[in-house]
Design a protein around this ligand. Sequence first.
Ligand SMILES: NC(=O)c1ccc[n+]([C@@H]2O[C@H](COP(=O)([O-])OP(=O)(O)OC[C@H]3O[C@@H](n4cnc5c(N)ncnc54)[C@H](O)[C@@H]3O)[C@@H](O)[C@H]2O)c1
Ligand SMILES: O=C(O)C1=N[C@H](C(=O)O)CCC1
Length: 251
Amino acid sequence: MGKLRVAVIGAQGRMGTEAVRAVTAAEDLELVAALGRGDRLDALVEAGAQVAVELTHPDAVLENLEFCVRRGIHGVVGTTGWTEERLASLRGWLADSPATGVLIAPNFGIGAVLTMRFAQQAARFFESVEIIESHHPGKADAPSGTAVRTAQLVGAARRAADRGEQPDATMTALDGARGALVDGVPVHSVRLRGLVAHQEVRFGDEGEVLTISHDSMNRSSFMPGVLLGVRRVVETPGLTFGLEHFLDLDD
Ligand SMILES: NC(=O)c1ccc[n+]([C@@H]2O[C@H](COP(=O)([O-])OP(=O)(O)OC[C@H]3O[C@@H](n4cnc5c(N)ncnc54)[C@H](O)[C@@H]3O)[C@@H](O)[C@H]2O)c1
Ligand SMILES: O=C(O)C1=N[C@H](C(=O)O)CCC1
């Protein structure tokens, strides 16, 4: 079998630079295109790309994915900012191109995916939960895609366990002091020079606190997840949301 032909969109960015390096170094993959802002998407077709790794900006990702899916190019997406409305558009394009696969990974870090899974498992046992995510100050979106996904998973697990609202006697608060409420879970976003990507999920109950915490120290740590996504997406038509679906976590 020949090498899988891979393109990177957003190739000059922080993540894109790492992805270009990782794809180039992988023996079973061939980097056939590296696109930056302003480059023609037609270059993907001309290069014969089979998979596009999308690492751009929430404002650009939908247009790039529509182009790819309509041409049968599979997508591995790290770009954040996903809403139900955006996902519905993507599902529509995929319905018209049923052999095409798209993986959206809020986080490619294996440890971060496990953090989300562990938080989901812990959620039903605790009265209180808050999420603190901390990132570099160049990040465009807040809260992080990882924190939003974690809060959704925790919120769903709390609902399934009939956990009511969290205790909180706050009567007056400055705007933002209690974070953003995502699915009933307060999420606090820190932006600090020197950081890469970090998250703490703090659970509390009478007399005990459980903190599940994960740190990405560099962006090369995301690359095993990106490469796994590239290899698996070509055999997984439709939308896959979350790298956990490619990790066989229940085995
Ligand atoms: N899923 C994950 O594990 C993960 C990890 C890190 C970052 N991210 C996300 O990936 C995205 C990129 O992050 P980053 O830190 O690399 O950002 P960045 O700003 O360093 O890089 C983005 C690059 O995309 C380029 N770009 C913008 N619009 C484009 C377009 N239409 N076509 C081609 N290129 C375009 C920019 O010029 C820039 O070079 C963000 O949404 C971020 O949150 C996800
Ligand atoms: O650096 C970023 O930007 C990151 N974005 C993702 C998110 O929003 O969760 C993953 C972590 C790094």
